[in-house]
Design a protein around this ligand. Structure first.
Ligand SMILES: Cc1cc2nc3c(=O)[nH]c(=O)nc-3n(C[C@H](O)[C@H](O)[C@H](O)COP(=O)(O)OP(=O)(O)OC[C@H]3O[C@@H](n4cnc5c(N)ncnc54)[C@H](O)[C@@H]3O)c2cc1C
Length: 390
């Protein structure tokens, strides 16, 4: 383990990896990433990783547009890795959200998102067997889809390493000392590293890391569950990624004729301790999610459950990440509070944070709305649909 570094990134999830990669790509020589377990052993490895662009505020729309560009160019930039599946994305909208949808569609188009409304008949073509009860409107994004979290992360690790970044797994940061000025000393069991740049990308553990520096981060941790079912023999496969606001579910194809399904907002948080929570999905969740799926696709009533799990959301008060210099601690940066929708934003956020660190401010997207002080200033991020729908 080196004793000094130009930057130390704490956390080997999608946010830390992306930040380390862009720091190295922009020419920073000694970039060290510390991951206490395996790469993607936090929220990123559990993610559904749906990449849709239907956000309702400028910064999220700009970020997801840039991330999508990066996902689309992934094989070229990351040695052929096929991290992203361009499945297209459908948004099933209930009557009560119809007005918001009407307002938001032109906003998205204004920022260059290719999206339009489908008729119910067209939606039936896209999703054969769909029970259209309660669906008032349907949005479509042909360029969206979903990522494979592990292919994405491994490709970034390899490329960052080629650029000289050192990625240490099973190496926890155990504390940070501040001997003076902008210098931080990050402790690990393998020795201390002195650096002028520390990035806290510790996901559900970000509050612990922030606590070492006296930072009180406004983060809540909540369990988030998913199931995977195998479609019955001969059933028409579901090929699109879908956010179904009518039943509050989301789903997308999984390899092997399977479907990943989760439930969306509004729902209460399920508070959890990151070091001590049940990784198993609750039987009640499995029953209810299967019921909702069968209601929407009656031919899936007997779909076989093949996997289920619970991961963690790290939630800020306005359900948007904090990406900023840490207030009052020179040389420390925060990339925390993924709030259940930041897998898709992480490539762009990593790029913007690297620009902030090396150039003083980001040039790809103005991420000032994600600043740490917004809660104190009462300038919270706004989103039309609420929760992690953005
Ligand atoms: C079930 C589920 C479904 C989701 N679906 C979607 C979706 O469809 N689309 C979407 O965009 N987002 C989705 N998300 C959200 C998205 O996955 C997260 O916002 C994103 O993965 C957060 O990444 P991260 O790098 O911030 O955190 P993490 O992936 O949790 O990474 C943090 C890493 O830091 C490491 N770490 C912590 N403390 C230390 C330490 N002291 N030293 C060293 N390492 C440390 C941890 O081990 C961990 O690997 C979903 C999340 C879940 C759980």
């Amino acid at each position: 383990m080196r004793k000094t570094a130009d930057a130390v990134v704490i956390g080997g999830g999608i946010v830390g990896l992306s930040t380390a990669y862009y720091l190295a790509k922009k020419g920073l020589r000694e970039v060290v990433l510390l991951e206490k377990g395996e790469i993607n052993s936090g929220s990123s490895g559990d993610s559904a990783a749906i990449v849709r662009q239907h956000y309702s505020n400028e910064v999220s729309i700009r970020l997801v547009r840039r991330s999508l560009e990066i996902f689309q160019g992934f094989p070229d930039e990351f040695d052929g890795a096929k991290a992203f599946t361009n499945a297209g994305w459908l948004f099933l909208v209930p009557e009560e959200a119809s007005e918001m949808f009407t307002e938001n569609l032109p906003r998205l188009k204004g920022f260059g998102v290719r999206t339009w409304e489908l008729s119910i008949e067209d939606a039936l073509e896209e999703l054969p067997g769909l029970n259209v009860e309660g669906i008032a409107r349907v949005g479509f994004e042909p360029d969206s889809g979903y990522a494979d979290p592990h292919v994405t992360a491994n490709a970034i690790v390899s490329k960052a390493a080629q650029l000289g970044a050192e990625i240490h797994t099973h190496t926890a940061a155990t504390g940070i000392r501040r001997p003076g000025g902008v210098v931080s000393v990050v402790s690990t069991a393998k020795g201390d590293i002195e650096t002028e740049v520390v990035v806290n990308a510790a996901g559900p553990w970000a509050s612990e890391v922030g606590g070492w520096l006296g930072l009180d981060l406004p983060l809540e941790i909540s369990r988030e569950q998913d199931i995977v079912v195998r479609l019955p023999e001969g059933a028409t496969p579901i090929t699109r990624a879908v956010s179904n606001m009518v039943d509050r579910t989301y789903f997308r194809p999984e390899p092997g004729g399977r479907l990943l399904v989760g439930t969306g907002h509004p729902k209460p948080n399920d508070p959890a301790e990151p070091d001590n929570y049940s990784r198993d999905a609750d039987p009640e969740f499995i029953r209810e999610t299967s019921r909702l799926l069968a209601h929407r696709f009656p031919y899936l009533a007997d779909a076989e459950l093949t996997a289920s799990w619970a991961g963690l959301y790290t939630i800020t008060p306005d359900w948007s990440m904090i990406v900023d210099a840490a207030p009052g601690v020179d040389g420390v940066y925060l990339a925390v509070g993924g709030s259940g929708h930041s897998f898709k934003l992480a490539p762009a956020l990593g790029e913007c944070l690297a620009e902030m660190i090396l150039d003083g401010s980001p040039s790809t997207v103005d991420i000032a709305p994600l600043r740490a002080s917004r809660f104190e200033d009462k300038e919270l991020m706004r989103s039309t649909y609420g929760g992690n729908r953005g």
